[in-house]
Design a protein around this ligand. Structure first.
Ligand code: FEO
Length: 403
């Protein structure tokens, strides 16, 4: 794969990782990911970010097609997580840059990860500007998007925002631009990435977009460090709006039912709950946790205003698959959801209480008592499950309508 000139004298020199299917616990199968980094050629030549260390040779080969590395004057480290800074020591040794820029918060991470003895590090903050010839780099700190050290680099002369993790997607592709791929798949990848990485930082997303607007940044290209680049005003508007909407977490009229089951009793309740949702006109999806990774559950949640979770009682608690999803979900801090719990049991029956506690800890509205059945669902339990679906559905409709 060749370097790609994305603007005059601005080159993509990153690496595409088709083989990475797990990103610290977030399943990105089957697509893989891309570590983007960018070279700007000007009076001062600047490299923005690097790649995962095990893709360094790939990136360096590509870089060398555009420039001799020793001619790189500055390296900008927008983020220290190792998917972007993994081969920084190699690049520093090779380029011997005059300056390395990172955020004030990045100072701690850069020396925490690497032996930075002798590195010409300069900490920058929002509002700082560095001239590189015909262009200026404006730095914008974006704390917690995705780490405390994260920042954007904006080049007004090119109307280019290099946004690091924000606006990314885990997509490995020979294409470089968002307008070259199927839009439905792209949107799903954006939601998947947001709901598995960015969601807890939604307040910062809103603030960052507001800050960019208040600074009057004129942008016609957003180049993230993962996935595809948005290269025209229409696509820039699309991704900014998508982020605004996802950060808002407005309730959506759709429900997610997920469960695990031992002998199909909990599963039977799940389908009855679906019937209850259907009776009040709420679309839903049922996901069996033996078939779906916790990342898929979170991705589905992007389009669902209600979450109904089920487990049989197992060792006085819930099945580990269900507990893993609830723990993962809570960490990602979904807001503004309606919830419900169900499950079966043999003798003690704690599962619904455990699930309810998880949902309450996520501050979900719980409009119905949980539904549980002993051994096999009786006709009464089946009816109660339908009723649970109906009540959750009606509460969701009210929430969507702002009641
Ligand atoms: Fe893509 Fe926070 O690293």
């Amino acid at each position: 794969m060749k370097p790609v000139e994305i603007k005059k004298d601005v080159f993509w020199v990153g690496a595409v990782d088709f083989g990475c299917h797990n990103f610290h616990g977030y399943s990105i199968a089957p697509r893989g990911t891309t570590y983007n980094c960018y070279l700007v050629k000007d009076e001062k030549n600047v490299l923005f970010d690097t790649v995962q260390n095990h893709h360094s040779e790939d990136m360096i080969t590509r870089l060398k097609e555009v420039i001799e590395p020793e001619k790189i004057d500055y390296i900008v480290v927008n983020h220290l997580e190792l998917d972007h800074a993994g081969c920084l020591p190699k690049l520093v040794q090779m380029c011997k840059p005059e300056k390395i820029f990172c955020s004030v918060m990045g100072l701690k991470s850069i020396s925490g990860y690497f032996d930075t003895t002798g590195w010409p590090i300069h900490a920058v903050k929002t509002g700082d500007v560095v001239n590189i010839g015909k262009r200026n780099i404006h730095f914008v700190e974006t704390r917690m998007l995705h780490w405390p050290d994260s920042m954007f680099s904006y080049i007004p002369e090119d109307k280019l925002l290099i946004s690091n993790d924000a606006f990314g997607q885990n997509i490995a592709s020979s294409m470089r631009f968002a307008d070259e791929v199927d839009r439905t798949g792209l949107e799903l990848a954006i939601e998947e990435y947001y709901y598995n990485i960015v969601l807890p930082f939604s307040p910062q997303v809103t603030k960052t977009i507001e800050l960019a607007e208040s600074m009057g940044l004129d942008i016609d290209m957003i180049a993230p460090d993962h996935g595809l680049i948005f290269r025209n005003k229409e696509d820039v508007g699309f991704i900014l709006n998508k982020y605004r909407e996802m950060a808002e977490q407005k309730p959506q009229k759709r429900a997610l039912i997920f469960y695990d089951t031992m002998w199909h009793s909990t599963e039977t309740l799940a389908y009855q709950i679906g019937s209850g949702l259907e009776s009040v006109g709420v679309p839903y999806r049922i996901m069996f946790l033996k078939n779906h990774h916790h990342s898929e559950i979170m991705t589905e949640l992007a389009r669902c205003g209600a979450v109904i979770a089920g487990s049989p009682t197992h060792n006085n608690g819930i099945l580990p698959t269900v507990s893993a999803v609830l723990s993962y979900m809570k960490g990602l801090r979904p807001q503004n959801r309606v919830g419900g719990a169900f499950g079966s049991f043999g003798w003690s029956g704690e599962s619904v209480r455990t699930i309810t506690e998880w949902l309450e800890s996520m501050k979900m509205d719980l409009p119905s008592e949980p539904v549980k059945c002993q051994y096999r669902p009786t006709p009464e339990a089946l009816q109660a499950a339908v009723e649970l679906g109906r009540k959750v559905g009606l509460a969701l409709i009210d929430k969507v309508n702002g009641k």
